[in-house]
Ligand binder design. Structure first.
Ligand code: NAD
Ligand code: UDP
Length: 310
């Protein structure tokens, strides 16, 4: 197939491009490099079956030739990034999703939206299953991301119902791995780069909030299976292995020989207190579950950051 990946120079997008190429597809990566970098896809440059288009998807999108599928991943994803780019985040989730759906319509292409566990907000149901509608503060600082993604889901479903477009929605939970930026502010690169450079690990709040970390190859495999299935979703893609941020900081210090200790900092506003995916639907409909454990995934990620000398 000929497949477009928006956000293809980003963390997950670059891994998705690689996987699709390995599966024998032709891949076009489109990105405006707001939070991504061509370093992530430099090793793919020059291949006949890969091309890069530098473009902001909030503007009209033109792609020459046929497209069979579009993965729409373009969006800042780290809380620090979407707080730094609040308007761009709202625009790419709304205008960017609209433009990308319009492209899918003219090309008669399938469409996968990279949505997020953030649409559940600070959840009152635990673990989160797809039938939970969420607890989002629309006017809080995280609202720019959460509401943009909720709008993105709504317009994706409108195109499905009104135009009969073959759409799918993946709700991705915290994903980590090589090619995250050391300074993107997310907890995995933050703790690893702090430990490697001997700085103290910045645990926000009392560290009792929980997250469930999924290695990037597992997330990408879930996205590909969703594309290949008849199931429209929404479907949670994440690893249900939940831990507190406090325990995670100890875990990182246990894997990196470091002089760092732990320092507490203020908890950001509206930081979700718990997060853990219910993946029953992904297991049933996609035959998918994560296979990379935290030890293995973190060791690969730590190796990547070591080589980058952060
Ligand atoms: P990332 O920041 O590494 O990648 C996002 C990419 O989108 C970047 O390369 C950025 O430059 C690009 N982009 C942003 N605005 C754009 C625009 N207007 N036009 C074109 N390109 C644009 O983030 P990521 O972690 O790889 O996330 C990828 C997608 O997955 C995002 O949509 C995010 O919401 C979703 N997601 C990620 C996670 C996670 O844990 N990583 C969790 C849930 C959802
Ligand atoms: N966090 C932290 N220290 C950091 C960065 C993040 O304690 O340096 C916490 C953050 O408050 C949140 C969790 O780690 O509770 C995960 O944060 P991240 O930014 O990775 O993603 P989120 O799940 O909040 O989108």
């Amino acid at each position: 197939m000929r497949i477009l990946v928006t956000g293809g120079a980003g963390f997950i997008g670059s891994h998705l491009c690689e996987r699709l190429l390995t599966d024998g597809h032709e891949v076009l990566a489109m990105d405006n490099l707001l939070t991504g970098t061509t370093d992530n896809i430099a090793h793919l440059a020059g291949r006949d079956d890969f091309s890069f288009i530098h473009h902001d998807v909030t503007n009209y999108i033109f792609v020459n030739g046929k497209l069979d599928f579009i993965f729409h991943l373009a969006s800042p994803a780290s809380p620090a990034d979407y707080l730094a780019y609040p308007i761009q985040t709202l625009k790419v989730g709304s205008l960017g999703t609209h433009k990308t759906l319009g492209l899918a319509l003219v090309k008669e292409a399938g469409f996968v939206l990279a949505s997020t566990s953030e649409i559940y907000g600070d959840p009152l149901v635990h673990p989160q299953s797809e039938d939970y509608w969420g607890n989002v503060n629309p006017v809080g600082p995280r609202g720019v991301y959460d509401e943009a993604k909720r709008f993105a889901e709504a317009i994706t479903y409108a195109y499905r119902r009104f135009h009969g477009l073959n759409t799918k929605v993946a709700r991705i939970f915290n994903t980590y791995g090589p090619r995250m930026r050391a300074d993107d502010g997310r907890v995995v690169p933050a703790f690893i780069s702090q430990a490697l450079s001997g700085r103290n690990l910045t645990v926000f709040g009392d560290g009792s909030q929980t997250r469930s970390f999924c290695y990037v190859s597992d997330t990408v495999d879930g996205l590909v299976r969703l594309m290949e299935s008849d199931f429209p979703g929404p479907v949670n893609i994440g690893n249900p292995d939940e831990m507190t941020i406090s325990d995670f900081s100890e875990f990182v210090l246990g894997r990196i020989d470091s002089r760092s200790s732990i320092v507490r900092m203020e908890l950001p506003e509206d930081d979700p207190k718990v997060r853990k995916p219910d993946i029953s639907l992904a297991m049933e409909k996609l035959g998918w579950k994560p296979v990379v454990g935290l030890e293995e995934g973190m060791d690969r990620t730590i190796d990547y950051f070591r080589e980058k000398k952060h």
